[in-house]
Write a protein that binds this ligand. Structure first.
Ligand code: MG
Length: 103
């Protein structure tokens, strides 16, 4: 089975809250969608970006989503005493139970 491990920092120049990170996550998800939409010309606009540039822009936006998700995990741990590591085991079990992977 393939897995991907990311190492993303706890940002130390911000004072994130549950609400600010949730909002930021939606904002970044929106930027990702906008990027994909523009690349595909989904609103009928002329696509003037070359393929490689468009795809790397999409990937950068995806990393923004991941960074914001990680920031929100730090908020959950530090402000709400949530143990992400132990929830991760339940998450894996859920994926297996739903048939998305077999170990
Ligand atoms: Mg972004």
């Amino acid at each position: 089975m393939q897995t991907k491990t990311l190492s993303l920092p706890r940002l130390n120049q911000l004072n994130p809250t549950l609400e600010s990170t949730a909002l930021k996550l939606m904002e970044e998800a929106g930027e990702l969608a906008q990027c994909i939409g523009k690349y595909r010309g989904m609103s009928g606009e002329k696509v003037d970006m070359d393929h490689a540039t468009a795809v790397s822009q999409i990937a950068y936006e995806l990393l923004d989503v991941a960074q914001t998700a990680v920031t929100m995990m730090f908020v959950m741990e530090e402000q709400f005493s949530i143990d992400i590591e132990s929830l991760l085991n339940e998450h894996w079990a859920k994926l297996e139970r739903k048939g998305y992977l077999s170990r």
